[in-house]
Design a protein around this ligand. Structure first.
Ligand code: SAM
Length: 472
């Protein structure tokens, strides 16, 4: 039986409910009257149910699809302005005991070079990331209780937060590791992590079990219920995602929104972020052997429909996607992007020799962080290195309150400008600095409260004189 408040995976991601949703969406894909009503509801900016969202995703009326995209753009602008938060993944270890058939870390892969960073190597990676200008990381690791136990992850987090190289520091560490126990989530919370991210890969139980034939990740319920355990362990901010390409995208889309509804129903707060990774070529992995790949148009529509359905949830896109694809979806709802990512273990400090490949997948966007920052500004986006919210205790529902009270423009906007100034002063090339300083002058005018604006102007000068880490 479908029950969003249930703690059982098969009840809150109920297969029959997903199928009924898909049938309803198909029946109504040309129903202009219903689509108009759903769009009117979406304009109230309170989100949509998974059934309503599924109808929009299937909608085959071209003018209505244009309205969907226009509304997604408007909601993106209203909630997130023109800020784009920057981050980089940091791969700690690719040892893994699982058998995920789409991932090169799977246990049977004997070609891939297995690596695990020592604390000295973590240090070298973090210094390389700080030297680029990064302030926010997403930690990545395979699942291996012997090689990568929770104590190892905790030790790495401690090391990362302890490194202050020149003017740099890592101020927010998000963590993307395998589903674990409440006790371990509590330890991650105590170590000061930001978001706990876990991709569902696929919500379709039967496919899930086939795609994860061996190892602890085989357990669908344990994986799907992980966010509830994370929240029980005190982590307020959790990040959902599916790996598009494994199963039918329509199924994943409806189930992803059901998962968000479940978190809201049980914990009173939805997901902090949703990621939209697509399956990529990798050592031992040929994406063409999977039947459910989606084209760029479908991908863009999924992003627009997620934006409309969960307006308060940030959306993340990685360097799996090309510059052109990222450019297209930024305006439709993406609020966070990675830059200059390496998916190899130790890849930031040292270029890997070809015969020693430890990469998780090929990245498409290979530009430097400076190039990504400049590109964003040339499109009138503000690259933000802000990490203030969780450091000021604005997590979970308190963050949602900030969005709902529309105070973002007096808070996130100034923080974006001040952290951009830090980047420009410490790391930017001359060209990027020139473009950035002009952008900051222009954007100061968009701070509504005059006293806030004056404070920011004063702080910007102090940043240029060497002070760091101001925040609202
Ligand atoms: N091991 C952790 C787990 O079990 O969830 C997560 C870390 S893994 C490094 C991060 C994510 O990479 C996975 O959740 C998966 O969605 C994604 N991934 C794996 N293989 C991929 C591929 N070939 N192309 C794109 N993404 C992939």
């Amino acid at each position: 039986m479908y029950n969003p408040s249930s703690m059982r995976a098969e009840e809150f991601i109920n297969h029959e409910e997903v199928l009924a949703t898909l049938a309803y969406a198909q029946e109504n894909k040309s129903n202009a009257e219903l689509i108009d009503r759903i769009l009117d509801k979406a304009r109230e900016r309170k989100g949509l149910s998974h059934r309503e969202a599924a109808v929009l995703l299937d909608c085959d009326i071209p003018e209505k699809n244009e309205e969907i995209c226009a509304l997604a753009r408007q909601i993106k602008e209203d909630f997130y302005g023109n800020r784009i938060v920057m981050f980089a993944p940091l791969y700690l270890s690719n040892y893994c005991v699982n058998g995920c058939v789409y991932c090169p870390y799977h246990m049977k892969n004997k070609h891939i070079a297995r690596k695990k960073l020592t604390q000295e190597e973590v240090r070298a990676e973090v210094i390389a990331l700080q030297d680029m200008g990064h302030k926010r990381l997403a930690l990545e690791a395979g699942e291996d209780p012997v090689n990568n136990p929770i104590e190892y992850i905790l030790e790495c987090i401690d090391t990362i937060y302890s490194i202050h190289h020149k003017n740099g520091d890592i101020r927010r560490v998000n963590v993307n590791i395998a589903a674990t126990t409440v006790e371990n989530y509590r330890k991650l919370k105590d170590a000061g992590i930001g978001t706990y991210i876990l991709f569902q890969e696929t919500y379709h139980k039967e496919s899930y079990e086939k795609l994860h034939p061996t190892g602890p990740k085989h357990d669908y319920a344990y994986h799907t219920e992980a966010m509830d355990r994370a929240m029980e362990g005190g982590i307020d901010d959790v990040g959902l995602g599916v790996l598009f390409g494994l199963e039918l995208y329509r199924y994943e889309f409806a189930a992803l929104l059901m998962h968000a509804e479940h978190l809201e129903a049980v914990h009173g707060v939805g997901p902090h972020t949703i990621s939209v990774p697509r399956l990529k070529r990798a050592e031992d992995i040929d994406p063409d052997t999977f039947d459910n790949g989606i084209d760029d148009d479908t991908f863009a529509k999924i992003i627009a429909c997620i934006r409309i359905s969960v307006p308060y949830t940030g959306m993340i896109i990685s360097t799996r996607e090309s510059q052109a694809c990222r450019e297209r979806v930024l305006s439709l709802g993406i609020s966070q992007i990675s830059g200059a990512s390496k998916t190899s273990v130790g890849g930031y400090a040292n270029e890997e020799p070809e015969e020693e490949n430890s990469e998780q997948f090929d990245v498409s966007d290979k530009r430097t962080l400076d190039e990504v920052v400049r590109w964003l500004m040339e499109m009138d986006y503000i690259p933000s290195f802000c990490t203030a919210c969780y450091r000021e205790g604005r997590t979970g529902d308190r963050f949602m309150e900030l969005c709902k009270s529309r105070q973002i423009q007096n808070c996130c906007h100034p923080n974006a400008l001040m952290t951009l100034q830090e980047y420009l002063t410490d790391y930017a090339t001359e060209d990027t600095r020139r473009i950035g300083e002009a952008m900051i002058q222009k954007e100061l005018l968009n701070i509504p409260k005059e006293n806030v604006r004056e404070t920011v102007i004063e702080k910007l000068e102090r940043i240029k004189d060497g002070e760091r880490d101001f925040r609202f």
